[in-house]
Design a protein around this ligand. Structure first.
Ligand code: B1M
Length: 212
């Protein structure tokens, strides 16, 4: 089995130490950094995402796999920049104003990173204008808003409106998700997309970024 396949396999099993060592080995063997990323780390994370969508694995397995991916990324990141490997896109992710739930939002961040995005984590209780400010500062084409309360999901419309008010509807797309959120709600508030879970959020982000 090639070293990139071993990286992918160990990532799926959540073996952070092994993934880090295998990435180091691949670098020593002069494997192309883009292959280590795409065929090793991202391929493994993609498979975990597929299994998560099918309920074959659950939140803990995804978190452990994401930790393994981070261990590999720490070694690989400096090489990616010098090899000219660009992220798929940049996305600002946060939980909307008034809402402190962040477990789902953090999962979404991890799956987006696993899909090759640069993720700017805005945190929780994020003001609509803050989403826009961070998107502008980081040249992000996407905002991801999460809400877990029926009382705060209405603040997602304020995020869509803040993007509009800044005159950026053409350049910044807004995707939403969270337990009480539905596609019908996304359509109603004029969001660009809705995803029911973290793995689907990564698929949707790629679609919205024109990478799928
Ligand atoms: Co809260 N809480 N909570 N809570 N809490 C819920 C959401 C609730 C359903 C519990 C209940 O009553 N049965 C209820 C909401 C009711 C409603 O609005 N209809 C509720 C309530 C009422 C409250 C408080 C108001 C309680 C109180 O103080 N009286 C309070 C509100 C605080 C606030 O936010 N202002 C509150 C507080 C808390 C804790 C702080 C104690 C804690 C949060 C800890 C934390 O996040 N760090 C908490 C928790 C843990 C929950 C439950 C138990 C679990 C939520 C969770 O993390 N799920 C929840 C009940 C439940 O769901 N069983 C509940 C796991 C997570 C992986 O799933 O976040 O849905 P989820 O994310 C999924 C998808 O939704 C999707 O992908 C994720 C993974 O696949 N997704 C996206 C999420 N964001 C996305 C964004 C996307 C795309 C997909 O694109 C951008």
């Amino acid at each position: 089995m090639s070293v990139v396949d071993q990286i992918s396999e160990n990532l799926i099993k959540g073996k952070a130490k092994e993934v880090k060592e295998l990435v180091e080995k691949a670098i020593q063997e002069k494997t192309n950094p883009a292959d280590i990323l795409n065929k090793g780390l991202l391929a493994g994370m993609g498979l975990i995402g597929e299994r998560f969508k099918k309920n074959e694995v659950y939140v803990p397995e995804v978190l452990i796999a994401a930790r393994a991916m981070k261990a590999g990324m720490e070694v690989l990141k400096p090489l990616l920049a010098s090899a000219g490997v660009q992220p798929v896109g940049t996305v600002v992710v946060g939980t909307v104003k008034g809402d402190l739930h962040d477990i789902g939002k953090n999962l979404v961040c991890m799956m987006l990173e696993g899909a090759g995005f640069k993720v700017v984590d805005a945190g929780i209780n994020v003001e609509p204008e803050k989403f826009v400010q961070l998107a502008k500062e980081n040249n992000a084409g996407l905002i991801g808003a999460s809400a877990l309360l029926t009382t705060t999901m209405t603040n997602m419309k304020s995020v869509v409106d803040a993007v509009k008010s800044a005159g950026l509807s053409g350049t910044i797309k807004v995707m939403i998700g969270g337990a009480p959120v539905t596609q019908a709600f996304a359509d109603e508030i004029g969001a660009n997309g809705y995803a029911p879970d973290a793995a689907s959020a990564a698929d949707l982000a790629k679609e919205l970024a024109g990478k799928k």
